[in-house]
Every structure is written in structure tokens, then in C-alpha cells.
Design a protein around this ligand. Structure first.
Ligand SMILES: Cc1cc2nc3c(=O)[nH]c(=O)nc-3n(C[C@H](O)[C@H](O)[C@H](O)COP(=O)(O)OP(=O)(O)OC[C@H]3O[C@@H](n4cnc5c(N)ncnc54)[C@H](O)[C@@H]3O)c2cc1C
Length: 379
């Protein structure tokens, strides 16, 4: 077991529900601080859902704190620019003033976190669905087992059973647009002339609203996000309706042909959850369970892992778990709330289509350094 600072005092126990990015990051951070941690995943295997992911300075700093940054940097990619196209013409190129950012496959990130969780001794249980929690520090599993702990973490995603079993007051809504996310071979040689190492956010409003977020993850893997309104039956069809996408993005045909072969493709609408509180007694909600957001500024997972990592810091302050959770939410939540608001506005107005939309407000969460607890990058 590596880099675990065993607390000299009483061993504290945490039960974490959900082995997505939020649950894994929280479990590792707690374990590194000497907690005994059991992580419950309802699926029969540990795997990432979705296709590719962007992480920014804030999330990369968490990976550094969790001692997995080097593993994640190998096999991922920072594109030279984030380019925006409108009707297949470039309208902006953003480099974020040197702010670190990275694109990768979700499985790459997930595998690195799973390996680290195992290495530090997180007790991982698959086929272990959590069905409810009690603020006194009880976690109930589908099997009927009730587990007691000093801390319960609900990291069980946007449809969180932990959250709903306790009755956190919440608003939850879906957006007009949704997305088909896929990983396909890059086919760089077949794409012909172009700066294909860039992220290219390709928007079209005519004759239909269709967008492709083209995101190289490494030399071999390309993450495609194909956005269309949910009312568009052809644009939202899976497996992919090749004709309708090639018509709008003919230069991407080699990649789209590969995308159309993927029978497991899903069309997902964006969801937002806004809660009155993220904590109740000894229960904390982390990640999409607490703050699912539209992906416009690519901060859902970034904020999730920052919040999970930060939770451990507040638990080290020496207060009761209940008080530490309240202090944690007060300290860290405003950054997530503002990111969530900008994401919702951008998604509702399709603002990214204007180009140059990674303003200092849009990059606020990205600039946060959760290790030093400051905004460490110039605006
Ligand atoms: C289209 C799209 C693109 C996105 N792009 C980005 C991006 O580029 N960058 C970024 O930072 N964010 C992005 N996000 C947001 C990001 O995907 C999420 O915020 C993040 O994955 C949430 O992680 P999580 O661990 O909270 O939830 P999840 O990923 O949903 O993980 C929850 C885990 O809990 C398990 N589980 C569920 N219920 C139970 C239960 N009852 N008991 C036990 N286990 C359970 C699930 O099987 C799963 O493993 C995007 C989101 C969307 C929709």
C-alpha cells in the first residue's frame, strides 16, 4: 500500500456509494488520509460510462494530489487549440492563456483511478447497490445489509438513491439538446489536409442544428460528440444515421463511418440537478448526485473530483464529521454553483457556437487549485 498517512488516532470508516469519477476520487483521497474506505459499485464490473472527457487545471491538480497524474498524462492529449467552426469555417481559436487542459478517453481516466484505489487499499465491492442512507451514518445495500460508518458518501450519479432516500430538496431538469458520444479510430491520414490535432467544435444551424465536438484523445483515439436536439429524430438516432451526419460534415466521413458501426451508441440528454444542500448529518453527496450540469464548459467531473478531494481536507480540520461537511459545502460549493449556472446558460443558448466563449467567468472553476485552495492561474 503506497502513500497512506495513517491517522494516529481512532480509525475512521467511510462507505462510498458509486465508483464513477466522483466516488473513486473521494475514496482515494479519504484512504490517503488514513480512512478505512469501502466503495460500492452496483455494476458487476468497474468501468467508465461515456466516451471522452476534458479535464482542466482544477481536475489535473486533483489527479496530482491523488498521485495518478503521470499515469493519466501518458496516453492523453492537450490539443494545440480549441477551435470553433460555424458552418465549417473557423471563427475562433482559444488557448486559455496557457491554463492546463487535457483530453482523454473516459476508460483511460477511470482505469488510472481504479488502479490507484486498489493500490492504496480501498475495499471495492462490485454488484453492491446502495439503496438508501441515514444521516446517523448508515448505508443500506440492496442485499439487505446495513453498514455503519463515520461518513457516508453518495457518489451514485444523477439518479442517486442515497440522495432520494434522504429526501434532499432538489430541482432536476433536462435540456433541449442531447449528444451521442463515441470513441473511434482517428483516421488522421484519411482526413486529408487540416489541423486535426486541435479540438474542433463544429457548429451548424442550417439546414438543421447539428454539432460535432471533434476531440483527439491520443494518437489513436478520437472522441466524437454528435449533438442534435432531442426533437430531431434523425440527428438523435442510434446507431448513427450516417447520411444525415455525413451530409453536414462530409470531411469527417472516414470517422463517421466508424462511428456508425458502433451498435452500443447512446443518445443522452443533458441533465441538471440543483439541491438545497449537499449534506445531511454524516451523509455527503458528491458529483452528479449533488450537481449534475450541462457539459458546455466541461466541468461536471472536474468539479466532482475537486469536491471529493476537498471534502477530505475539511474532514482533517478536527471538527465533528457533521460540522466538517457543513464547512466543506460552504467553502467549495459556490465555485460549482457558478460553473453549473454558466453551463446551463451556455447550453440553453448554444453560446459556444459564437466562439471565444471560454471567458474568465467560464474558466473560473478550471483555475481553482484544490491543493493550494486558491485560484492559481491568471485570468
Ligand atoms: C455529454 C457529456 C459530456 C461531458 N463532458 C465532460 C467533460 O468533458 N469534462 C467534465 O469534467 N465533465 C463532463 N461531463 C460531466 C461528467 O460526465 C459527470 O459530471 C461525471 O461523470 C459525474 O461523475 P459521478 O461519479 O458523479 O457520476 P457517474 O459517472 O454517473 O458515476 C456514478 C457511479 O455510481 C454507480 N451507481 C449508480 N447508482 C448506484 C447505487 N445505487 N449504488 C452503487 N453504485 C451506484 C454507477 O454505476 C456509476 O459507476 C459530461 C457530461 C455529459 C452528459
Amino acid at each position: 500500500m503506497a502513500n497512506v498517512n495513517k491517522s494516529p488516532t481512532k480509525l475512521r470508516r467511510a462507505e462510498v456509494a458509486g465508483a464513477g469519477f466522483a466516488g473513486l476520487a473521494t475514496a482515494i483521497a479519504l484512504r490517503q488520509n488514513g480512512w478505512e474506505v469501502t466503495l460500492h459499485e452496483r455494476s458487476d464490473e468497474l468501468r467508465a460510462f461515456g466516451a471522452g472527457i476534458y479535464l482542466w487545471h482544477n481536475g489535473l491538480r486533483v489527479l496530482e494530489g491523488l498521485n495518478v497524474l503521470n499515469e493519466v498524462l501518458q496516453g492523453s492529449h492537450t490539443p494545440p487549440t480549441y477551435e470553433t467552426w460555424m458552418h465549417n469555417k473557423s471563427i475562433s481559436r482559444e488557448t486559455f492563456k496557457g491554463l492546463p487542459w487535457r483530453v482523454m478517453t473516459r476508460s483511460h481516466l477511470h482505469n488510472a483511478l481504479v488502479d490507484r484505489a486498489k493500490a492504496v487499499g480501498v475495499n471495492i465491492c462490485v454488484n453492491s447497490e446502495a439503496v438508501g442512507a441515514d444521516p446517523q451514518g448508515l448505508l443500506t445495500l440492496q442485499s439487505g445489509e446495513v453498514r455503519q460508518a463515520d461518513l457516508i458518501v453518495g457518489a451514485d450519479g444523477v439518479s442517486s438513491k442515497i440522495r432520494d432516500s434522504i429526501g434532499f430538496k432538489q430541482d432536476r431538469w433536462g435540456s433541449t439538446d442531447g449528444i451521442i458520444r463515441l470513441i473511434v479510430p482517428r483516421k488522421k491520414a484519411e482526413l486529408g489536409h487540416g489541423e486535426w490535432d486541435n479540438t474542433i467544435d463544429m457548429w451548424n444551424f442550417w439546414p438543421r442544428v447539428q454539432r460535432i465536438l471533434y476531440s483527439p484523445c491520443n494518437e489513436n483515439d478520437l472522441y466524437l460528440g454528435l449533438m442534435a436536439p432531442s426533437a430531431d429524430t434523425r440527428g438523435s438516432r442510434v446507431p448513427l444515421d450516417l447520411e444525415v451526419w455525413v451530409e453536414m460534415f462530409p470531411f469527417l466521413e472516414p470517422c463517421l463511418v466508424e462511428a456508425a458501426k458502433l451498435q452500443t451508441a447512446r443518445y443522452d440528454k443533458y441533465e441538471t440537478t440543483k439541491l438545497e444542500s449537499w449534506t445531511r448529518g454524516k451523509v455527503a453527496l458528491v458529483g452528479d448526485a449533488a450537481h449534475a450540469m450541462c457539459p458546455a464548459i466541461a466541468q461536471g467531473a472536474g468539479c466532482a473530483i475537486v469536491n471529493g478531494f476537498s471534502l477530505t481536507q475539511d474532514l482533517e480540520a478536527g471538527n465533528s464529521v457533521e460540522d466538517a461537511l457543513v464547512a466543506w459545502e460552504k467553502r467549495i460549493r459556490p465555485i460549482t454553483d457558478r460553473a453549473q449556472q454558466i453551463s446551463a446558460d451556455y447550453a440553453a443558448n448554444r453560446s459556444l457556437s459564437k466562439g471565444n466563449m471560454f471567458t474568465s467567468a467560464a474558466l473560473e472553476a478550471a483555475r481553482y487549485d484544490p491543493i493550494k485552495r486558491v485560484f492559481s492561474w491568471p485570468q
